[in-house]
Ligand binder design. Structure first.
Ligand code: CP3
Length: 351
């Protein structure tokens, strides 16, 4: 990796394999409903989607957690469902029910979707990246992101959060050609989307495969492992030096396979993963990120601190990025986040 690009940022140095006494910190869903300043701007924007497509406000929301907690990286404020939206599905967020995509994707709709110019429709997102990068201190990294094809496909197929993962497995067995055509289309659009984020100023990108869990391994290979690697490799070929982080949630020991992929520079671990196993099997090949159960930050106190210290000690002698094992939930008290950051940074855990 180009050292001039990474030298200013502790986060990028960790991704490049450098060890530091105190690891860099950022959090999945660090911008969002648990922050009063976010709720205020969201009310001003109207809807969540209006906020995502308003570069001025979206850049401000991206910076809010950096200002409050002095984190080492900001993550672009957007959503993984903006790609299906740009492809032609109507997107809405129903309070308490989650996202809705309409119409659900079918083989008949796929060709029309393929013709959409998603980069044009997603131009406000790249403007958010430009504005955020310009406002961010050079010592802080800006992370771009997208959903991994399988996770995005589950929402596109079910028209929202899939209530019945078994039904999606059946669709895969019944019409594998359709699912793989959808995945292939998402590989292409996601690659273009991430490259455009990098060109606008993103220093690293993360692929979220939130719904990778629970798939038989041959299915996982086809819809997640291989597609993520193809995106990672294409992004790295087009923009060498920009690290790609994979977050395949709930895949257990299959994570060792993801970590070894040429398209992967760093691997996020979820809260259910055995962190000692990750230390032994993932750290030798890639920088590991995350692991802390976000629900511990809702509780705070000794339980949160003990779990954080145990991760910090486990990964003290390898490159590591401190983070959660999934995103913050809206009930998280911001004071607990501040305390967590203080515990990581004061270094007393080094003993
Ligand atoms: O701070 C950040 O992490 C950056 C922004 C970000 C959001 N979503 C903002 C958001 C990121 C990286 C995501 C990723 C995302 N979106 C994923 C993958 C990671 C994960 O959490 O598993 C998924 C599966 C989605 C789809 C999605 N978007 C869901 C399921 C929801 C929640 C719906 C609900 O109402 O509970 C969203 C909405 C969303 N995305 C919010 C935020 C801050 C809440 C919107 C609001 O203000 O109401």
């Amino acid at each position: 990796m180009d050292s001039s690009a990474s030298s200013g940022s502790k986060f990028l140095r960790a991704l490049a394999g450098e060890l530091s006494a105190i690891p860099p910190i950022w959090f999945m869903r660090q911008a969002g409903r648990y922050l009063p300043e976010y709720r205020e701007l969201r009310a001003k924007a109207g809807s969540f989607l209006d906020l995502c497509y308003n570069p001025e406000l979206a850049a401000e929301v991206t910076l809010q957690p950096i200002r409050r907690f002095d984190l080492d990286a900001a993550i672009l404020f957007a959503d993984i469902l903006l790609i299906p939206h740009a492809l032609g599905q109507e997107l809405s967020f129903v309070e308490g029910e989650g996202p809705r995509l309409n119409p659900a994707i079918t083989p008949a709709l796929l060709d029309g979707f393929r013709k959409q110019n998603i980069l044009e429709k997603l131009a406000p997102v790249f403007e958010t990246v430009r504005r955020t990068r310009a406002a961010l201190d050079p010592s802080k990294a800006l992370i771009g992101f997208a959903g991994a094809p399988w996770t995005v496909a589950t929402y596109m197929l079910a028209g929202g959060p899939s209530k019945d993962p078994a039904a999606l497995r059946s669709v895969f067995y019944r019409d594998r050609a359709f699912i793989m055509a959808l995945i292939d289309m998402l590989i292409e659009t996601t690659t273009d989307y991430l490259i455009a984020q990098i060109d606008a100023g993103a220093d690293a990108v993360q692929l979220f495969d939130t719904w990778a869990q629970g798939l038989p391994w041959p299915v996982l290979d086809a819809v997640s492992v291989e597609p993520m690697d193809r995106i990672g490799r294409a992004v790295k070929k087009a923009r060498p030096g920009t690290p790609v982080i994979f977050f395949p949630k709930g895949v257990g020991e299959k994570a060792a396979e993801y970590a070894m992929l040429p398209g992967c520079d760093a691997i996020g671990i979820d809260y259910a993963m055995d962190a000692s196993w990750a230390r032994t099997h993932l750290s030798p090949s890639r920088t590991v990120q995350g692991g802390l159960d976000p629900l511990l930050v809702v509780e705070g106190g000794a339980a949160m601190e003990k779990a954080a210290v145990s991760l910090l000690r486990l990964f003290h002698d390898v490159p590591y990025v401190f983070n959660l094992g999934h995103g913050f939930v809206p009930e998280t008290p911001p004071e607990h986040v501040a305390r967590l950051v203080a515990v990581v940074r004061d270094g007393a855990w080094r003993g």
